[in-house]
Design a binder for this molecule. Sequence first.
Ligand code: HSE
Length: 321
Amino acid sequence: MKQKIGIIGYGNVGKSLVNQCRALPGFEVATIAVKHPKKHTSLGKNLLTGDALEIINNPEIDVILEAIDREEDALEYAQTALQLGKTYISANKKMLASHLPKLLRLEKVHGGQLLFEAAVGGAIPIIRVLSTHLRGQEITRIRGILNGTCNYILSQMTARSISFEKALADAQKLGFAEAQPTSDIDGHDAYYKSYLLASIIEGQQPDVSRMKVEGIRTITQADILDAKKRSQKIKLVAEIERREGKLTIDIRPRILNDQDSLYHIENETNAVEIEGPNFQKLTLIGPGAGGKPTASAMVSDLINAQQPQVAKIKQLILALP
Ligand code: HSE
C-alpha cells in the first residue's frame, strides 16, 4: 500500500514538490493545501484543501511537506504536526531559525520527526552531512555562499553589466527570490541559514556572541566595475566561526580574488566550506535556489524519514555482489 503524504503550499517549490513526489514509487500525494483552491482546480477537486490543518489532522496522513513563506502559519502547522507525532518536512528557513529549539522539544516529547534539508543550500545535502557524517567532529568554521538570489544578482551585474534592479527582477522571474526579496538582498535569508547551521554544529540553541548582517542593496555597477578592473568579484559571503568557545555569524558582501574558491561560484549556485582540525576542509557545491533543487532536498528528507540510516546501510550491503 502506498504511503499517503500531504503537501502544504503550491508555489514555485510546492509545484516541483508535487511533480517529484508523484514520480516516487510507494507514495501517494493525498492532499495539497493551497491558499486559493479555486485557482488550481486542474489538480483535481478532491486533492485540494484551503485548510492545511485538515491535512495535518487527517489520521491517514503521517508525513507533511511544507513549502510556504508565511512564518506564523508554518509554525502553527509544524507544532500541530509534531504534537501529533507526525513527520514534518519544512523548507521555511525563517520559521525554523526562529523556533528550532521549541520544535525539537516537541519532536522529542511526541516522537515525531522534523526534517529541513531544503532550508539551507537548496539541493546541497549540508544538514545531513553536518548531522551524520561530521557529527562529533570539532568544526571551527563554516564559510560559504548561502543565498542564490544575491549570488545571481552579483554574477549577472558582473557578467552582463546590468543594473541591480534588472538582475533582481530576473532572479524573481527565475524563481530564486523569496516572496519578499528584501529578505534575500538585506542578508536576512543568509543569516537564517547560517543560524540553522550554527544550531546543528552546536547541537543546541547556539550562543552567538557577535553577529553582523549586511546585504547587497547598496552595491552599484561602479563597485562591480572597480572590482572587475582588479580581477576581483563581489560576493555575499556567510561566515560562522568559533572563537573562544563562542560562535560568531557574519554576513556581508566581500571582495574576492581568483584564488578564493568562492570567487568561482556563479549565479544561483551555493557553496559551503566546512573546516575542522581533523578533516581540514570539505566543500559542498550545488544549486542553492529554485523550485526543482529545493524540492529535491525535501524529497530526500521524505525518503530518509522512511528509511532509517541503519536499514539503508544494510540494504546497500545486501545489494553487494
Ligand atoms: N531565496 C533563496 C535564495 C531561496 O535565493 O537562496 C533558497 O533558499
